[in-house]
Write a protein that binds this ligand. Structure first.
Ligand SMILES: Nc1ncnc2c1ncn2[C@@H]1O[C@H](COP(=O)(O)OP(=O)(O)OP(=O)(O)O)[C@@H](O)[C@H]1O
Ligand SMILES: [Mg+2]
Length: 506
């Protein structure tokens, strides 16, 4: 057996009202990929932040190469070669790619920054990781997927021995995931040990050597990957049998058109036409950069419309801003919740009621009882793990923050829901709840457009699918034509080299 370079014993960490880690143990062997799984709020990120010196535990021991520490500091973790790619990307948006890669360890020459050398080195690393982008671009100008890869490059290029990836593939599509797997393979060969946190079990079976399950801040089990299977893992994660990942299909006769767009163009999409009927879930497939998110943003008035028409019902409307959209009954649940979906410094309750204040007014006052019913109901329905409705959203785990965004829009009385990657980072149990919520919306005659890179979800939930490619609709699949093969056929742009793909996205 390869030696264990890291052993965590009896780690306990409390936050006000929460025991995030309760006497947990964990170990990591040299050159292994050790997956860490568990429901939202199980304590995965908290444990990893103990390793990077962000959290100091109340009790327990951290053994690295046999040397015992009661806690680490950010500096000592760095010196020991521990690096983490955070679930919430923390790159500096206004800086360039190379500045991010070399942040805190800049090359200098005669006391001055050696830009030339950093750029050359960063360009070389980008190419090595199959990203054909100049490193002088600003982070803000590249997609979330590319930002993720830059973060990985940053970690890898600084002599990492233990690399922690917190849901690395959440924002990636099929191509990028494959690239990430290759990258993980290379790192393993170089003897790097990897902790891999993910809610996508099928990918864990592809790349992990061992797997550890947490539930409610406790260590439940550790297995060699060959000794377990998806079903028993799910049972260990949720603590009960979960036989179906999708609720039964709701097949209602569809109502009249609720939304229709005709030849809509922005700087990112071209001549997109579609119609959505009451009670319908229209799935949008396609690769990263194909214009899926941009389509939703256009409908929501977040990007400038160059031409085209939008009809709600039979009414021709002009949506020039998200404010117009909300007023017209269109809701967007964005992909990047941290930036667009949440007020982090406000409470769970305030976030949930924020966009539907009118509904909670009684005369000139807010109706406290009605608010507490609605918020309490949402917390229970979506199993939002929080000590209470007054907890600030910034203290919730990644997946639970996402549930708050969903709860917020469920409270609003929208007619059309635009979901961008609705279950990204959400655990299996809660995914089911979200699918049920979508079905409820359907039954209530709402219309849903859903962008998803999760093939199973797209196929499992959509009544019809439009596939996008290069900012245009490249195919439409009716219910009985929906297969992975058909989606990929319309989505693929194999004939394009990567460099081209990049240029097109600008
Ligand atoms: N700084 C903090 N203050 C208060 N509570 C916190 C803080 N950080 C984490 N928690 C709580 O600790 C628990 C564990 O959170 P953690 O982020 O480790 O979960 P996770 O397993 O990573 O979940 P997810 O899959 O949603 O990312 C949660 O209940 C969370 O709300
Ligand atoms: Mg987490």
């Amino acid at each position: 057996m390869r030696n264990e370079i890291l052993v965590l014993q009896g780690i306990t960490k409390r936050f006000p009202g929460v025991v995030a880690l309760d006497d947990v143990s964990f170990s990591l062997r040299q050159g292994e990929v050790h997956a860490l799984v568990g429901e939202n709020g199980a304590g995965k990120s908290t444990l990893m932040k103990v390793l990077t010196g962000m959290n100091s535990p109340e009790s327990g021991k951290i053994l690295i190469d046999g040397v015992s520490h009661s806690s680490l500091t950010i500096q000592s973790a760095k010196t020991l070669g521990i690096s983490m790619i955070y679930q919430e990307l923390n790159s500096i948006q206004m800086l360039t790619i190379f500045e991010n890669i070399f942040f805190g360890r800049e090359y200098k020459r005669g006391g001055l920054l050696d830009r030339k050398r950093m750029i050359a080195e960063a360009d070389r690393l980008l190419l090595e990781f199959e990203l054909n982008i100049p490193s002088t671009r600003k982070m803000a100008e590249i997609t979330v997927a590319y930002q993720q890869i830059v973060e990985i490059i940053k970690a890898v290029s600084s002599n990492v021995r233990i690399l922690i990836m917190d849901e690395p593939t959440a924002p990636l599509s099929i191509d990028e995931v494959k690239m990430l797997y290759r990258l993980v393979g290379k790192l393993k060969e170089a003897g790097v040990s990897i902790v891999y946190i993910s809610h996508r079990l099928e990918e864990i079976f592809q790349i992990a050597d061992r797997i550890t399950v947490f539930r409610d801040g406790r260590h439940i089990a550790t297995h060699d990957i060959g000794d377990t299977n998806e079903e028993s893992l799910i049972k260990e994660m949720v603590g009960r049998e979960l036989s179906n990942q999708y609720p039964p299909r709701v097949d209602l006769p569809l109502g009249p058109n609720i939304l229709q767009i005709k030849r809509l163009s922005t700087s990112k999409i071209k001549d997109v036409s579609l119609r959505l009927r009451q009670g319908e879930i229209l799935g949008i497939g396609g690769l990263i950069g194909s214009g899926r998110t941009e389509l939703l943003r256009a409908i929501f008035g977040a990007d400038r419309i160059l031409s085209g028409e939008v009809y709600l019902g039979t009414r021709n409307v002009s949506i020039k801003s998200p404010f117009d959209a909300i007023r017209c009954g269109v809701a967007l649940i964005p992909e990047d919740r941290k930036q667009h979906g949440l007020l982090l410094k406000m409470s769970v309750e305030d976030n949930i009621i924020f966009s539907s204040l009118k509904k909670f007014m009684k005369g000139l006052m807010l109706n406290a009882a009605q608010i507490s019913d609605a918020v309490g109901g949402a917390i229970v329905r979506l199993a939002i793990k929080t000590p209470g409705p007054k907890q600030l959203v910034k203290y919730l785990s990644g997946g639970n923050q996402q549930k708050v965004v969903l709860a917020k829009w469920m409270e609003s009385n929208a007619q059309v829901y635009l979901f961008d990657e609705p279950t990204r980072g959400i655990d299996v149990g809660a995914k089911y709840e979200i699918y049920e919520l979508m079905n409820t919306l359907k039954s209530n005659g709402k219309g849903i457009i859903m962008v998803s890179s999760d093939m199973q979800e797209l196929i499992g939930m959509s009544d019809r699918i439009l596939v996008m490619k290069d900012g245009q609709v490249s195919g439409e699949l009716k219910r009985d034509e929906i297969t992975q093969e058909n989606i990929l056929k319309h989505a693929s742009k194999k004939h394009l080299p990567r460099a081209m793909e990049w240029r097109e996205e600008e």
